[in-house]
Ligand binder design. Structure first.
Ligand code: NI
Length: 382
């Protein structure tokens, strides 16, 4: 385990951002090569795929296990020896730990070969932004490495070390973005009758957008619309601006709800703009889709987690997160399940994406045990 902890610290010391994970990709590829795995490095630039087969025969099953390589543009505030040596880049989401756990599992499985079929180890770039998983899929991930199901794991501060959480159905939300431009007619602030004020229309629209969730959606469908940007005018106090710009994010757990929200936003933008004599243009962009676990695989992962962590250590009652995850793209293609592994209670605000965060090395053995047991269960010969 010491070697893997050292590897995790090495990755933490040298964090790399989306699609620039060159050093991390090298570390992973060399590790897998040394284990004797077949290694492929031609997907999504810095993506790495390792293939381990055992007893390949007719009808042998295959599963994909996925970890992520990228770090975040954050200035690390930790003082420990393995803190980032690259100012402004930090492994603040524990992807260093995810990579170490999956490499540890590859090491164990390459040695024990306690399964029948094929394990595809997927190390993807750019989870945080730019959808590295989608890029790998677009470049042929599942055509070249066909799998029956795909699995992911993320550390979860706030959940005790030694525990897992498994969700059947949605586990993470979508992350859509929108921009609305309201175009009016600028003029002298003392003579509003000569202008068409986009700012006042914008103020009404920001309020109205908050009625979409409460008045348009089924109350049992969780969703959030946050307006996070509102710009109008420049420096002047005596000028009515020509345009107002509104932007924000939408989170939901079902594609139908995303459709309803987009339609409601279009209706309100057009209607409120018309009421104020201005023009509205809505640009609604789909981001990461909701991450939705399939039932059969969620049941399997719950059993596996109970086996390695203990009966009472697997939470199946936690609400999903409104955060997003690009493993969602893999779950659009294949059945599968994405679980949370407790990282500890996250004292002093040491949560994901905090400048004080660190992956908990004490959970490495449990994460590895989970992957190994999952492979054994998913690829048993009976
Ligand atoms: Ni993450």
């Amino acid at each position: 385990m010491d070697t893997l902890i050292a590897l995790r610290h090495d990755l933490h010391t040298h964090p790399e951002l989306a699609f620039a994970e060159h050093r991390s990709s090298d570390v992973v590829a060399s590790f897998l090569q040394a284990l004797g795995l077949e290694v492929h490095r031609d997907l999504a630039g810095t993506g790495v795929v390792g293939v381990l087969s055992n007893g390949k025969g007719d009808g042998a099953r295959s599963i994909g296990l996925r970890a992520d390589l990228d770090a975040l543009p954050i200035v690390e505030q930790n003082e420990f020896a393995h803190r980032s040596q690259h100012e402004g880049r930090m492994h603040a989401c524990g992807h260093d730990g995810h990579t170490a756990m999956l490499l540890g599992a590859a090491e164990e499985l390459a040695r024990s070969r306690d399964f029948v079929g094929t394990v595809v180890f997927i190390f993807q770039p750019a989870e945080e932004t730019d959808a590295g998983a989608r890029v790998m899929i677009e470049q042929g991930l599942f055509e070249r490495f066909p799998v029956d199901a795909v699995f992911g794991m993320h550390n979860w501060p706030g959940l005790a070390a030694g525990q897992f959480a498994v969700h059947t159905g949605p586990v993470m939300a979508c992350a859509d973005q929108f921009d609305i431009v309201l175009a009016g007619q600028g003029g002298h602030a003392a003579m509003p009758q000569q202008a068409r004020d986009p700012l006042i229309a914008g103020a009404a629209l920001v309020q109205a957008l908050q009625t979409v969730v409460s008045r348009t959606l089924d109350p049992l469908d969780p969703a959030v619309i946050s307006v996070t940007r509102f710009f109008a005018g420049g420096e002047a106090y005596n000028v009515i601006p020509t345009e107002a710009h509104i932007g924000g994010t939408v989170r939901a757990f079902r594609a139908e709800v995303q459709d309803q929200i987009e339609a409601a936003m279009a209706r309100l933008s057009a209607g409120i703009a018309a009421a104020h004599g201005v023009q509205a243009h809505l640009d609604y962009r789909r981001g990461y889709p909701p991450t939705v676990n399939t039932t059969r695989e969620a049941v399997l992962c719950t059993e596996v987690a109970r086996r390695v962590a203990g009966e009472g250590k697997v939470r199946i009652d936690l609400p999903p997160s409104m955060g997003a995850e690009d493993f969602a793209y893999m779950l659009l293609e294949k059945p599968g399940c994405y679980v949370w592994i407790g990282n500890g209670l996250g004292k002093d605000g040491r949560m994901l994406h905090s400048p004080h965060y660190d992956f908990n090395d004490r959970i490495l053995p449990l994460g590895i045990a989970y992957w190994v047991e999952l492979v054994k269960r998913a690829l048993s010969d009976n």
